[in-house]
Design a protein around this ligand. Structure first.
Ligand code: ADP
Length: 217
């Protein structure tokens, strides 16, 4: 039922625009076409993410485990975000020790986790804020964290943040094109590696998402 609801929303918006154009209530100008395109993009993002989530939940993601260097992984992820960080005047701080053991992971999937956490941190951090990516050894695990000095998450929402389609501010999240599936997929990917993901957050101060990955034998 929730999937049907989420898919129906952008579809009704698209139909709304098309009917308004047909009835000549709206002009098919650049702004209208832009809005139509935004709704269609959200729809395809939802479909792609739902497909990925259903594979993950069925345990059917084909993960290719190799011994990888977390420092290199985190550094590469961060480089891709430099232009956006700069344009939003957000500074990035890396806290990565240089003698960390290799971890047994699927490189592409863990990159996806870091990208998603960075994307969220950027979306919820204002100009002049800071995002920190840190890694440390915790027993037989390496813990990676992405923290921000952004808006934070209300305490009552924290227990639900990894649930599918859960968004703290639905109207704002929709405006930014969020599907509400990002963190659900992130959690599944971390769990597929045997790790766990946790969040700590304080309203008005920022959030910190941390996840663990197994050290390679
Ligand atoms: P979305 O597609 O809406 O970003 P997510 O599953 O990635 O969906 O995140 C769910 C909700 O968690 C977001 O809508 C947002 O309200 C909140 N959230 C996620 N990351 C952060 C963060 N770093 N700071 C504040 N709120 C966050």
């Amino acid at each position: 039922a929730d999937v049907a609801h989420e898919l129906r929303t952008p579809l009704s918006n698209i139909r709304g625009y098309l009917e308004a154009i047909r009835d000549q209530v709206m002009k098919p100008d650049a702004a209208t076409i832009h809005s139509l395109n935004e709704e269609a993009s959200l729809l395809s993002r939802l479909i792609n993410e739902l497909q990925e989530l259903s594979l993950a939940e069925a345990g059917e993601l084909k993960l290719v485990y190799q011994a990888e260097d977390v420092i290199e992984l985190a550094s590469q992820a961060v480089i891709l975000w430099q232009p956006q960080l700069k344009s939003k005047d957000i500074s990035l701080s890396l806290d990565l020790p240089d003698n960390l053991q290799l971890v047994s992971i699927d490189w592409q999937r863990v990159s996806q986790v870091i990208h998603n956490l960075l994307e969220n941190a950027m979306a919820h951090t204002g100009r002049g804020g800071t995002i920190t990516v840190a890694a440390s050894k915790q027993g037989s695990w390496v813990e990676i964290s992405v923290s921000d000095t952004g808006e934070g998450i209300p305490a009552q929402d924290l227990p639900n943040i990894f649930e599918r389609f859960y968004r703290v501010d639905r109207s704002r999240a929709r405006a930014t094109g969020g599907s509400g599936l990002g963190l659900t997929i992130v959690r599944r990917l971390v769990e597929a590696h045997g790790g766990i993901i946790t969040v700590q957050s304080e309203l008005g101060k920022g959030s910190c998402f941390s996840f663990t990955l197994p050290i390679a034998e």
